[in-house]
Design a protein around this ligand. Structure first.
Ligand code: SF4
Length: 317
C-alpha cells in the first residue's frame, strides 16, 4: 500500500490564553493518501479547523503548543523546519470559508494570484493566471484577472481562491468549509470544479465540512470528529449507509431530506462542550442516547475493523 501523503498521529493542540491553557484537540489521528479525497466532519467547535490549520502550524507556535506527529510526504512537519517551510510553499494549499475576508480588497485579482506564482516573465505570468482562472471555471478570465474582489460575486471569489491555491501546484488541498457562505447551486459548481481538478492533477483533498450531502457526493473516505477526537471513520459509502457511532447517527438524522418516507428531522440534544472543557470519559456521553455510567469512566478506545474504525463501548452486537 502507498505511504500516506499526510499522516497525523495523536496530535494534541493546546492554546495559552489569559485564562489559562485550553486543549481543543486532545488527540487526533488521521491520514490522507496521495490523490485521495477525504472529509473531516463534525459540528462547529469539534476541533476540525484547529486540526487542519495545525498541519502547517498556522496558529503561531508561541500561542499554540502541538505535540504528536505530523508527517507530509514522509517528512516530519513538527520537528523539521525545512519540511514545514517547503510544505507551506507549495506542498499544501488551503482554501478557506469566506473568500471576501481572505482576498485583499485593494489588489487586483491578477496581482493576488501572481503572489502565489514562482518568478517568471510578465507575459508568461499573465498567461498562467488566465489559465488558472479558466481551470476554475470563471467565464471571463481576462475580466476577472483585472477586477478587484468587490467586482466579483461570492462564488467567483471562491473560484479565485481555488485558483490561488492551485497556483503552487499543491499535492494536498485543505479546504475548510469552502462553500458554506454560498448558495446551493454555486456550492455544487465549485465542488464539481474542485473534484475535477483534483482528479486531473492527482491532488489529494482534505475537506472540512459539516455538510454530509457534500461528503456523499464528492469524497471517498470520511472521519467524524467530536470534541477533538476521531469517533468514527471509514469509506464514505459504508459509514453513511450504516453509521455505527451514536454521534454519526445523530448527524445523519439531522440531514434534511425531500423524501416523504424519511422520519422527521431530528436534532442532537445539547451542544458541543466548549474547547478544553470536555466531560470525563466519552465526551459525547451527556448527549448520547446509549450512554451508561461506564462511558464516563475512561475515553473509549478507537477500535479498528477492516477499513472502518469506531470509538464507542456500547455498540449494538
Ligand atoms: S461510549 Fe457511551 S457515551 Fe460514548 S458514544 Fe458510546 S454509548 Fe455513547
Amino acid at each position: 500500500m502507498a505511504e500516506p501523503l499526510l499522516e497525523i498521529e495523536d496530535l494534541s493542540v493546546t492554546f495559552r490564553t489569559p485564562g489559562g491553557e485550553i486543549t481543543p484537540v486532545p488527540g487526533v489521528s488521521l491520514h490522507v493518501n496521495p490523490g485521495e479525497r477525504v472529509a473531516l466532519v463534525g459540528e462547529s467547535g469539534c476541533g476540525k479547523s484547529v486540526t487542519a490549520l495545525s498541519v502547517t502550524a498556522l496558529p503561531p507556535t508561541d500561542r499554540a503548543h502541538r505535540t504528536g506527529h505530523i508527517r507530509f510526504a514522509g517528512r516530519d512537519l513538527l520537528g523539521d523546519a525545512n519540511a514545514l517551510r517547503e510544505a507551506r510553499r507549495g506542498g499544501i494549499a488551503y482554501v478557506f470559508q469566506d473568500p471576501m475576508a481572505s482576498l485583499n480588497p485593494v489588489l487586483r485579482i491578477r496581482d493576488q494570484i501572481a503572489e502565489a506564482l514562482p518568478p517568471m516573465p510578465r507575459a508568461a505570468r499573465r498567461e498562467r493566471i488566465l489559465s488558472l482562472l479558466t481551470d476554475v471555471g470563471l467565464p471571463d478570465p481576462a475580466r476577472a484577472a483585472d477586477s478587484y474582489p468587490c467586482g466579483l460575486s461570492g462564488g467567483q471569489c471562491q473560484r479565485v481562491m481555488l485558483a490561488m491555491a492551485l497556483a503552487a501546484e499543491p499535492r494536498l488541498l485543505i479546504a475548510d468549509e469552502p462553500t458554506t457562505a454560498l448558495d446551493v447551486t454555486t456550492q455544487r459548481r465549485i465542488l464539481g470544479v474542485m473534484d475535477e481538478l483534483a482528479a486531473k492533477r492527482n491532488m489529494a483533498v482534505l475537506l472540512i465540512t459539516h455538510n454530509l450531502g457534500i461528503v456523499a457526493n464528492y469524497m471517498q473516505r470520511l472521519y467524524v470528529m467530536y470534541a477533538g477526537r476521531i469517533v468514527e471513520s471509514g469509506p464514505v459509502r459504508d459509514v453513511l449507509s450504516a453509521p455505527r457511532h451514536p454521534y454519526t447517527q445523530g448527524l445523519l438524522a439531522a440531514v434534511p431530506s425531500l423524501r416523504l418516507d424519511k422520519p422527521r428531522l431530528q436534532d442532537i440534544p445539547g451542544t458541543v462542550p466548549p474547547p478544553g472543557r470536555f466531560p470525563p470519559g466519552c465526551a459525547f456521553a451527556p448527549r448520547c442516547p446509549r450512554a451508561t455510567p461506564a462511558c464516563s469512566e475512561a475515553v473509549p478506545p478507537l477500535v479498528t475493523e477492516g477499513p472502518r474504525a469506531v470509538r464507542c463501548i456500547n455498540l449494538p452486537q
